[in-house]
Write a protein that binds this ligand. Structure first.
Ligand code: C2E
Ligand code: MG
Ligand code: MG
Ligand code: MG
Length: 288
């Protein structure tokens, strides 16, 4: 494999270099084994209402606990899983575990919205809506408490097919979100035709908005656009309290980021929820 280390110690494979090689065949075999051997891990990152500091939901983010290579991040295998179609298997795994987590949280008294990421290939999977419906039913969950995140580029790969699948999922009650908004090539006219509920501003615009005026302007205009279209707007990549405050001032509804929490193993979420206190609320209380 062409592997390199990320600064957080996670291994990245360069799928592009592996393409068509004997290694890519073995990566596919490894991914299949990973399902059988239960090596995937469900991580979740809390989603916060920026005005109140309340936890409103969470996003499912998959990790691969590789026996030799340790914690492998999605960027290292999702693109490859998409190319090979393995993503369909993985998406079902993620939805199944997410539904199970929601059921457990409900029993503990938490009613949070669960966001799950979908890929292009998922939108071409005719059986997906029915499969999702079955899984949720088995865990006593309804589509209304799930939001499906799709990137602009995933939709634009095959706009007609995407529109059909998304219409079906929306009719079932799933909420839909456009992920990494601002990085793709979708037209506003096309987006308007989709049954979307939420826009997620890509973290590349949020990370440096404190110091980069251009980024701050992009964020502000995306929020205005979302509000004008009556869509919920979410910022990802909030790493400082200052950025949280800036976004709150710009009337961004929700946010996610390392400042509130990194993605954590699903099993740790209940503990995290029990100890979460919004730093903003603490300061307001202190000021009163
Ligand atoms: P995404 O859906 O846009 O997820 C947001 C990414 O930003 C996550 O990376 C998250 O850990 C990271 N992030 C969140 N807050 C911060 C922050 O404050 N600072 C920084 N620097 N990063 C932050 P992650 O978990 O590595 O996932 C990367 C991408 O892989 C996701 O982007 C998504 O496109 C894909 N992915 C992850 N899990 C799944 C999955 O189950 N299915 C599919 N189809 N794709 C997935
Ligand atoms: Mg996402
Ligand atoms: Mg995103
Ligand atoms: Mg992303």
């Amino acid at each position: 494999y062409s592997a390199k280390l990320r600064n957080d110690g996670a291994v990245i494979y360069d799928a592009a270099l592996d393409k068509g090689s004997a290694q890519s065949l073995s990566l596919l075999t490894e991914l299949r084994h990973a399902i059988e051997r239960d090596e995937f891990r469900l991580f979740v990152q809390p989603k916060i209402a920026l005005k109140t500091g309340q936890v409103v939901g969470m996003e499912a983010l998959v990790r691969w606990q590789h026996p030799q290579r340790g914690n492998v991040f999605p960027d290292a295998f999702i693109p490859f899983a998409e190319q090979t179609g393995f993503i369909r298997v993985l998406t079902r795994w993620v939805m199944e575990r997410s539904a199970r987590l929601c059921q457990e949280l409900e029993q503990a008294g938490y009613h949070l919205k669960m966001s799950v990421n979908l890929s292009t290939r998922d939108l071409m999977d005719q059986d997906l809506p029915v499969k999702f419906g079955d899984m949720l039913q088995r865990h006593g969950q309804s589509p209304q408490s799930f939001c499906l995140e799709i990137t602009e580029s995933a939709i634009m790969d095959d706009p007609v097919r995407a529109q059909n699948t998304l219409a079906l999922l929306s009719a079932m009650g799933f909420e839909l979100s456009i992920d990494d908004f601002g990085t793709g090539y979708s037209s506003l006219a096309y987006l308007k035709s989709l049954p979307v509920n939420e826009l997620k501003i890509d973290k590349s615009f949020v990370l440096n908005m404190e110091t980069d005026l251009g980024d701050a302007r992009i964020v502000q205009s995306t929020i205005s656009l979302a509000r004008a279209m009556h869509l919920r707007v979410v910022a990802e990549g909030i790493e400082t309290e200052t950025v949280w405050r800036l976004l709150e001032g710009m009337k961004c509804d929700q946010g996610q980021g390392y400042f509130m929490s990194r993605p954590i193993p699903a099993a740790q979420l209940e503990d995290w929820l029990a100890q979460w206190q919004s730093p903003l609320l603490e300061q307001r209380a202190a000021a009163e």
